[in-house]
Structures are given as structure tokens and as C-alpha cells.
Write a new protein. Structure first.
Length: 195
């Protein structure tokens, strides 16, 4: 008789646990959907503010123009270095062989000068993104990015009057500092056994 009562209580207990677990999961899903919809709203409003801010749009265009200038300068210097290195083929008397080697050296030098930094940036960026997704990609990171962007948009003139910096670079630097701080805190917590 006692076993029958015990089995009945265990079944009721398990049913209550399942029911409360389902309620908890539904509540968490509702809270997360509200949170992400709020974040999405904040991102959209911030982007509209950025589009209306003349100072910020100027900084955005100058950011991409600056990147294009750096790439163009790198390509021009790589071509100049390739042509200079290909000058060693001037002593070859067979014209066809001299031309083949000349352009092959130019291509190799340009590939090394442009390709190596490109590969370093690609693999470092890929590793950072993978780490970011695994370690700190959550609503806190999203809010930090949105708030930093909103502050730089709202105080664009004041910030650039104090420091001569592109606002896009400022946002990138702020987020990198945030990432480093968050990684340090997570590392400390992991070392203490909290994770």
C-alpha cells in the first residue's frame, strides 16, 4: 500500500516538474522574443538616426574612402615593388623567356605583398568572429554596440571637437575594448570554476 502511494506521488511530482518546466521554457522564450524585438527596434532607430546625422554619414563615407585609399596604395606599391624586382630579368637575351619571367615575378611579388596581409586579416577575422559567437555573442554585446553607436551619433560633433578620430573607428575600438574586457572577466570566472 505504501509503495502504491509512493508511486502515485512520484508520478504527480514528475508531472508537476514537466508542467513547470514547460511553463519556464515558454516564459524564457517570451522574454527572449521581447528582448530581441526591443534590440531590433533599437538598432533600427539608431540606424535611422545615423542616416539623418550629417556628421556621422560624412564619417562613414570617409571611413570607406580611407579603406579604398589604403587598398589602392597597397596595390600601387605592390606593383612598383614587383616591377622593380622583375628588373633582374633584363639581362636575359631570349625575349619570350625574359617576358614570361618578368611578369611571373611581378605576379608573385604582388601576390605576396597583397595576399599575405589579406590572408592574415581574413584568418584573424574569422577566428575572432568564431570566438565572439562562442563566448560573448548575446544581448549584452548587442546593447553595448547599440548604445555606443547611439552615443557617437548623438554626440558626433562634440566627440570630434575633442578628439580627431573617425566615428566608425571609434565604435570599432570601443567594441574591441569591450570584447577584451568581457573575455578577461569570463577567463577569471572560468579559472575560479564559475563556468
Amino acid at each position: 500500500m505504501f509503495n502504491k502511494y509512493k508511486v502515485t506521488l512520484e508520478k504527480e511530482h514528475k508531472a508537476r516538474i514537466k508542467k513547470s518546466d514547460a511553463k519556464y521554457k515558454a516564459m524564457i522564450a517570451a522574454i527572449q522574443s521581447e528582448l530581441w524585438s526591443t534590440v531590433l527596434y533599437a538598432v533600427i532607430i539608431t540606424l535611422f538616426m545615423a542616416a539623418k546625422s550629417e556628421h556621422f554619414t560624412e564619417n562613414l563615407t570617409s571611413f570607406f574612402i580611407g579603406i579604398a585609399k589604403v587598398i589602392k596604395l597597397l596595390l600601387i606599391n605592390a606593383l612598383s615593388a614587383g616591377v622593380w624586382c622583375a628588373g633582374v630579368t633584363d639581362g636575359i637575351e631570349v625575349y619570350v623567356l625574359q617576358q614570361i619571367l618578368h611578369y611571373m615575378i611581378i605576379v608573385i611579388i604582388m601576390t605576396l605583398i597583397c595576399g599575405v596581409p589579406g590572408l592574415i586579416i581574413y584568418f584573424a577575422g574569422k577566428k575572432y568572429i568564431k570566438w565572439y559567437k562562442e563566448e560573448i555573442a548575446d544581448h549584452i554585446s548587442m546593447w553595448v554596440a547599440v548604445i555606443a553607436l547611439a552615443i557617437t551619433i548623438f554626440f558626433a560633433e562634440e566627440i570630434t571637437s575633442i578628439i580627431s578620430i573617425n566615428l566608425i573607428w571609434l565604435n570599432i575600438i570601443v567594441h574591441l575594448i569591450y570584447s577584451a574586457g568581457r573575455a578577461y572577466v569570463r577567463g577569471c570566472k572560468r579559472n575560479r570554476g564559475y563556468y
